[in-house]
Design a protein around this ligand. Structure first.
Ligand SMILES: Nc1nc2c(ncn2[C@@H]2O[C@H](COP(=O)(O)OP(=O)(O)OP(=O)(O)O)[C@@H](O)[C@H]2O)c(=O)[nH]1
Length: 206
């Protein structure tokens, strides 16, 4: 069975966990406990092929054994780089992350083969009345950096979220590049733990 590793990256609070939880459980839950980084696992069948997906959700808070962004980039086969359309600074962070992925993971390659494994995702489209990043800016960045672009809402767009994740898994699996695995981001969560986690804690309301 093929192992596909996808890292979901972006600044704090952009909705990384919300997107992952939506994809894995169909549910949107407003508050997440996220005091540790973790890997969620899922078996998938794509185009008749059985795949074992590992989805990496980083922890924005300082936590024990936390992997660095460089390690996360080396680990993954595919990348979902998320920003919040109502938060310009998160867009600038996403831009920097995409640049780093190109440099580290893809060695600055200009090959079109690499275009399909970086997805730039503007999340929280339901907050368009508070928009700070125009859709065109996202599209322009994606085109300049040769990424695929999505604007969606983890809160409101279940089908789009599933399509986006399914597509990056398919693209990463077709890339099929055997990579030497460097340090693997620590932490692993089962679906049961994920369900438990979402009823945890904190955070800003939207
Ligand atoms: N309105 C709206 N709120 C969202 C959406 N996605 C996430 N949120 C909210 O944004 C906040 C942060 O979501 P998280 O999924 O925890 O974000 P994160 O990127 O995983 O955050 P860290 O783990 O701290 O890095 C929560 O209050 C979510 O409910 C969305 O599509 N629309």
């Amino acid at each position: 069975m093929n192992d596909i590793k996808v890292a979901v990256l972006g600044s704090e609070g952009v909705g990384k966990s919300a997107l992952i939880v939506r994809f894995l459980t169909r549910r949107f839950i407003g508050e997440y406990a996220s005091s540790s980084e973790c890997i969620y696992r899922k078996h998938m069948s794509i185009d008749g092929r059985q795949l074992h997906l590992e989805l990496y959700d980083p922890c924005s808070q300082p936590c024990e054994g936390k992997s660095t962004l460089n390690e996360q980039i080396h680990w993954a086969d595919g990348f979902v780089v998320v920003y919040d359309i109502s938060d310009r600074s998160s867009f600038l962070t996403a831009k920097a992350i995409v640049h780093l992925i190109r440099e580290l993971h893809l060695g600055g390659s200009k090959s079109r083969d690499t275009d399909s494994v970086i997805f730039l995702v503007g999340n929280k489209q339901d907050l368009c009345h508070m928009r700070e990043v125009d859709r065109e800016e996202g599209q322009k960045l994606a085109s300049e950096r040769r990424c695929q672009f999505y604007e969606l809402s983890a809160a409101e767009h279940y089908q789009e979220v599933v399509l986006m994740f399914s597509k990056i898994v398919r693209n990463a699996s077709l890339g099929g590049k055997a990579k030497e695995r460097r340090r693997r981001p620590s932490g692993s969560k089962s679906m049961a733990k994920l369900i438990n986690n979402v009823f945890g804690k904190r955070r800003k309301s939207v």
